[in-house]
Design a protein around this ligand. Structure first.
Ligand code: KG4
Ligand code: ZN
Length: 339
């Protein structure tokens, strides 16, 4: 079965073609240059650029896969969570193609895509075995999920305010490093001392697995007011910022590993590209006897391959959503941890 995946939940317009679980093509058109001058994603601009980019991106994916629209058997499209205007563009394009071509269409939760993205680097017969814990960290989300089986996910905790990618982006903006800030901090931090400055680490009530990053931004702003960053000190500040954010993610994830007793951890989403986070989670997981898996960088950040992968089993089973499927900016995912 050939599935066309479409993703437009934030600022990347993406399309992918998957045949029987194997990726044939994945194309992503980034809008970093559009939003860079603003230091963050401007929702209205994101929607307008999706309108401009999405059809050429779909054409490019089909061409690279060597598949015409006539060869597609079903469409998987992100229907939430995300920016509602951006989601609507992808959904409308997907519905248009589905209606014209009489193809089945399924709506995919963007977070399920991130959760399953590590499978895109593995062979079809060797998917990441369930159960596993997933730390999904991006510009829009920071959450811990227990994946118990296909389609059976529980949310163990999430951020109560900013996403960690947002914290990286806002910190980079305060340091004048440009957008997106995560990669800039990651690069600069390599030359700095992570113990140069001790930023506060938010620690929430034990037994829950929520995060909070908004206080960190305030702490950094206050530090910079008291110690205006001189260029020579920037690598130390970047390394210390990164260390504080990674510490907070690692501490809560380690608690969740202990509480669930899982043997595998998947770290996914744009921030999973961070070198320090990768090293730290591998180290902490290793010490606990847990297998730590990261999707390759292209599948960590937003892409449509993960959406096609997440939607494919439902399409293969003959299921589909109606053309009244709606974009839901706050589409819920999993149930909340009560333990
Ligand atoms: O998954 P993604 O592409 O889009 C969202 O769903 O948000 O994630 C983008 C986020 C941005 O906040 C970006 O700064 C962050 O991921 N990011 C990183 C790194 N690469 C991307 N953060 C830290 N270190 C990185 N190397
Ligand atoms: Zn994402």
């Amino acid at each position: 079965m050939i599935v066309l995946g479409i993703e437009s939940s934030c600022d990347d317009s993406a399309a992918a073609v998957l045949r029987d679980g194997t990726l044939l093509a994945s194309v992503v058109s980034s809008q970093d240059a559009v939003h860079g001058p603003y230091g963050g994603v401007v929702p209205e601009l994101a929607s307008r650029h999706h309108i401009r980019n999405l059809l050429p991106v779909i054409d490019a994916a089909l061409e690279r896969a060597g598949v015409g629209l006539g060869g597609v058997d079903g469409i998987a499209v992100t229907c939430g969570p995300g920016l509602v205007g951006s989601l609507l563009v992808g959904l409308t394009v997907a519905k248009g193609i589905a209606q014209r071509r009489r193809l089945p269409l399924v709506g995919v939760n963007h977070l399920e895509g991130h959760l399953l993205a590590a499978n895109l680097d593995r062979s079809v017969d060797d998917p990441v075995p369930f159960p596993f814990l997933a730390l999904v960290v991006s510009g829009g989300h920071s959450g811990l999920y227990l994946a118990r089986g296909p389609g059976d996910y529980a949310c163990l905790g999430r951020t109560r305010d900013d996403a960690v990618g947002e914290a990286f982006d806002k910190a980079a903006k305060l340091l004048g490093l440009g957008y997106p800030g995560g990669p800039a901090i990651d690069r600069l931090a390599r030359e700095g001392d992570p113990s140069a400055i001790r930023f506060p680490r938010a620690s929430l009530k034990r037994g829950r697995f929520d995060f909070s990053f908004s206080g960190f931004k305030t702490a950094l702003r206050q530090y910079l007011l008291a110690h205006p960053a001189v260029p020579a000190a920037l690598p130390d500040v970047a390394a210390s910022v990164q260390e504080a954010l990674v510490d907070m993610l690692a501490a809560t994830t380690v608690d969740a590993i202990a509480a669930t007793g899982v043997e595998r951890l998947v770290v996914s989403g744009g921030v999973a590209a961070n070198r320090r986070l990768r090293a730290r989670m591998s180290e902490e997981g290793g010490a606990l006897g847990v297998d730590v898996l990261f999707p390759s960088a292209a599948f960590c950040t937003d892409n449509a391959a993960m959406i096609a992968f997440a939607g494919a089993p439902r399409l293969a089973a003959g299921a589909h959503d109606g053309l009244d499927l709606n974009a839901d900016a706050d589409l819920p995912f999993g149930t909340r941890w009560e333990g």
